[in-house]
Design a protein around this ligand. Structure first.
Ligand code: XMP
Ligand code: MG
Length: 178
């Protein structure tokens, strides 16, 4: 079942320790604010679920679904909105929660789109960052881990919709996958 799964890059304990810190930092930074967490489906769901439990503030959770990858491991550069937010964000303090920032194309597009709706503030929180792959500049306010240019799966991240349920992040060798 786990054919193609290589080395574990970030184990569960390391993930949880870092998410503890991120939750504490976000709790400090958003005191008295009107926080809306925007999870980007589907990759962010495990990260978002662990993160929100550590943010000791009233908040709202909303979701967007976008598509920039098919089942391949390379960005098409095309961002499609598959599901928009349920709620208005005008005047709110919006924090986008994403699994990974790679080329930056997805978050660059989403930032522009959400800014046009006049939130009071807009920041980005990513579990993983692959800085060496950036094609467009994006300011990421909270980063869990910077990682090398490897295709990773687990903890929400998929290859052809599989492996999202792994509780750790590991490197996938696409040549080894059926
Ligand atoms: P961009 O290039 O727009 O991409 O910053 C962000 C989206 O690309 C996907 N992505 C990955 N998915 N393993 C994955 O499972 C990876 O190593 C990887 N790199 C990028 C992901 O959907 C992310 O939201
Ligand atoms: Mg994603």
């Amino acid at each position: 079942m786990l054919k193609g799964i290589g080395r574990v890059l970030i184990d569960e304990q390391t993930l949880m320790r870092r998410i503890d810190e991120m939750g504490e930092q976000i709790t400090r930074d958003y005191q008295g604010k009107d926080l809306v967490l925007v999870g980007i489906l589907k990759g962010s769901v495990l990260f978002l679920a662990d993160l929100v439990k550590r943010i000791k503030l009233p908040l709202v959770i909303d979701f967007m679904a976008v598509s920039s990858y098919g089942s391949s491991t390379h960005s098409s550069g095309v961002v499609r909105i598959l599901k928009d937010l349920d709620e208005e964000i005008e005047g709110k303090d919006v924090l986008i929660v994403e699994d990974i920032i790679d080329t930056g194309l997805t978050l660059n597009y989403l930032t522009e789109l959400l800014l046009s709706r006049n939130p009071r503030s807009l920041k980005i929180c990513c579990c993983l960052d692959k800085p060496s792959r950036r094609k467009v500049p994006v300011k990421v306010d909270y980063v869990g881990f910077s990682i090398p240019d490897e295709f990773v799966v687990g903890y929400g991240l998929d290859y052809a919709e599989k492996y999202r349920n792994l509780p750790y992040i590991c490197i996938l060798d696409p040549d080894e996958v059926e």
